[in-house]
Design a protein. Structure first.
Length: 281
């Protein structure tokens, strides 16, 4: 299990613990201020991205030191984890407020408001996190049209997120000051800053899933549909076998490859049962 499970999940999956979505945690003023600041100052994320590109020019030892510092800070304030669809369904089964918001990463990378992110919360009154997001209307980013902030039922949100899977979008949960979880995002490595940071710049800001994908070679027909959607370059094609293989060292366990396999040849295994990947986060 990842260190968050041990620290914030009582040894179970931390993102399936309802208390981590609760209004009690959100009532912390420092946390609320962080959320408001995060959504109101996207230019800070742009600067972070520029810094990460500049880091590539530093000597390797310095890069590793800086990257470690960034990861430690992000684990405190805003860290994510890849989560497969069935666990997204479990999360949506207990939160009672879901609001779709424009993705701050796509705002920066594409200059457009794309509603790929979902604010979720759990509160007796229906969820304060949604209220905070909606209260940001005038200050969110540089004044985009925020009419896209829609309230969805959990079922509608699940259907929308499942519909992203053929395009390879990988589901992730996000803290706003750990352990409060305020959002579910749907990411690809082209547009998402967190994925770019983690995969491309080796600055870890999200954990791998608690799962690893495996292919049944008997069932695989080598169609390569799975390769097209994997954001992590974890799937290779064997010309000799005319089948794919999944590298457990690269697999983040998102399960998106599984959802597009016409042969149902891919399954997710508990990371702890895959020796090569058990300690990889
Ligand atoms: S999508 Fe399924 S059948 Fe096609 S290559 Fe991947 S594992 Fe094999
Ligand atoms: S191989 Fe792993 S990382 Fe790639 S899509 Fe499948 S589950 Fe996700």
């Amino acid at each position: 299990m990842c260190e968050y499970c041990l620290k914030h999940g009582d040894g179970k999956r931390w993102y399936l613990q309802a208390k981590n979505y609760s209004d009690d945690l959100l009532s912390d003023l420092r946390r609320r201020h962080f959320i408001e600041h995060f959504f109101s100052h996207p230019e800070e994320l742009t600067r972070d991205l520029e810094r990460m590109s500049q880091m590539q020019r530093l000597p390797g030892m310095v890069q590793r030191a800086v990257s470690g510092l960034v990861t430690r800070r992000m684990k405190r304030v805003h860290f994510g984890q890849v989560v497969p669809a069935e666990e997204i369904e479990q999360i949506l089964g207990f939160v009672n407020s879901v609001v779709r918001v424009p993705c701050i990463c796509r705002h920066i990378t594409l200059g457009r408001e794309e509603g790929y992110c979902y604010g979720v919360s759990l509160a007796p009154n229906g969820g304060k996190f949604a209220e905070i997001l909606q209260a940001l209307d005038d200050s969110f980013i540089t004044g985009p049209d925020t009419s896209d902030f829609e309230t969805l039922t959990p079922h509608e949100a699940l259907e929308a997120m499942q519909a992203y899977e053929p395009d390879g979008l990988c589901h992730t949960v996000w803290t706003f000051h750990a352990p409060f979880i305020g959002g579910i995002c749907n990411c690809d490595r082209t547009d998402c800053l967190a994925m770019l940071a983690t995969v491309q710049h080796d600055v870890k800001v999200m954990f791998r899933a608690e799962w690893v994908a495996e292919v049944d070679p008997e069932a695989c027909t080598g169609c390569r549909s799975c390769m097209r959607v994997c954001q992590f370059g974890a799937i290779g094609f064997s010309a000799a076998d005319q089948k794919v293989r999944i590298d457990p060292l690269r697999c983040y366990g998102c399960g998106i490859c599984r959802s597009v396999c016409p042969q149902d040849a891919i399954t997710l295994k508990d990371r702890r049962e895959v020796p090569a990947a058990a300690q990889l986060w």
